[in-house]
Design a binder for this molecule. Structure first.
Ligand SMILES: [Zn+2]
Length: 393
């Protein structure tokens, strides 16, 4: 009997450990790999000319959600779409790391309510600290802490830019070491403010420099393109915009409703970015992307349009299709206003990961864009924008 109990005890312990390993180790990787898919493809054929040009470029990207997943960004993985080794392989110099902090159930592009939040479950399975389970604000702060940990452990290869001078210094260092990546922190939706304007100061202190106003649902600032109300800025939203501008942070209107974008344009002269989007006149997905006339106004006041890499952004998500959209944007709104906005690791399916960005350079060359313009859309426009619009000197 004693022996039987001992064996039963071992079996129970084994069952508990293997359940634990499954829930907290295998399951998060499965979820990550299932949400951030790179479709199987043959290696892209890239000309010598394109390879050489790409290797000497400073690539920049306006949007990746790397920090949402358990995957350690410092190590190379064979799932998901980004990590430091793959950024280096893709010649990426500057990457915006955005923070997803609230995920409604049954998320769609039509009409989502801010309810049935999936984040507590994801936070628990990924062993995020308890403070993140029920606080949207803490989820943003925790993701900032994760990025700062990567910086501390990177041996100088990853630098978070909080100011113009940070970015200048990091890029100077990168001139002699192309493995250096610069990160800028952003929110995907300003709901981490939790309706309290003083939280903007705290997010600023945590390193956030770009504030996305909405994500998939209306929040306390105003309407989302995929929300229920399709409404504009609330009085709180107006207050937040004024303070973002005051603090020298950058505004991102990706996912905002048409009315919200119109309200922001009316409220401030500050330039803004559409960090990850498509352009309707080439790819007609109005439930995901705002109309061209608003894009034109954003470009006219010096803003940036980040072209996404997934189907509803570009309609053809191959490197050729992405290049076609970049050229379309450059022709329509001016080459200075076009940038990359991959949405890597943003629960999108893509046909390349960040290590394969040279395939876009190759496609741009084949489609006739000049080398100077390719450098601009692949990164220099974003770098120039950040050197002008990050806070400080
Ligand atoms: Zn997004």
């Amino acid at each position: 009997m004693k022996k039987f109990l001992k064996i039963l005890g071992w079996l129970l312990a084994f069952a508990l450990v293997s359940t634990g390993v499954y829930v907290f180790k295998i399951l998060p990787t499965k979820v990550d790999a299932g949400m951030n898919v790179v479709l199987d493809h043959k290696p892209y054929q890239i000309s010598e000319k394109a390879l050489k040009l790409h290797a000497n470029m400073r690539v920049a990207d306006l949007h990746a959600d790397t920090l949402l997943w358990k995957r350690n960004p410092a190590k190379r993985h064979n799932h998901g779409q980004t990590d430091l080794p793959r950024f280096q392989a893709g010649s990426v110099a500057v990457q915006v790391f955005s923070t997803v902090t609230y995920v409604p159930g049954n998320m769609n592009t039509d009409a989502n309510k801010m309810e049935n939040d999936q984040m507590p479950l994801l936070a628990k399975v990924q062993l995020w600290p308890m403070r993140t389970w029920n606080s949207i604000y803490e989820r943003a702060v925790f993701q900032s802490e994760r990025l700062h940990k990567v910086e501390r452990q990177s041996d100088g290869h990853f630098i978070i830019a909080r100011s113009k001078s940070d970015l200048r210094a990091a890029l100077n260092r990168r001139a002699s070491n192309k493995d250096i990546l610069v990160g800028v922190l952003a929110t995907e939706g300003a709901h981490p403010l939790e309706g309290d304007i003083t939280n903007l100061d705290k997010l600023y202190d945590a390193g956030f420099r770009m504030i996305g106003l909405q994500h998939f649902f209306d929040n306390k600032l105003g309407g989302s393109l995929h929300g229920v109300s399709k409404s504009g800025l609330t009085p709180f939203g107006k207050e937040v915009i004024a303070k973002i501008v005051d603090k020298g942070m950058m505004i991102d209107i990706a996912h905002s409703s048409i009315k919200t974008v119109e309200d922001v344009l009316a409220l401030t002269d500050a330039p803004m970015v559409v960090s990850h989007t498509g352009i309707l006149s080439l790819c007609n997905h109005p439930k995901r992307n705002i109309p061209d006339n608003l894009m034109q106004q954003i470009a006219d006041r010096g803003g940036l349009i980040g072209v996404g890499f997934w189907e509803t952004a570009v309609c053809d998500a191959t490197p050729d299709g992405i290049a076609k959209m970049l050229i379309h944007g450059a022709n329509k709104f001016g080459v200075e206003h076009i940038a990359l906005g991959s949405d890597f690791d943003g629960s999108v399916t893509t046909k390349l990961d960040t290590s394969e960005l040279a395939a876009i350079t190759d496609a741009l060359l084949r489609q006739g864009m000049s080398e100077g313009d390719i450098r601009k859309v692949m990164g220099e426009n974003q770098i120039a924008y950040f050197l002008q619009h990050l806070p400080g000197e």
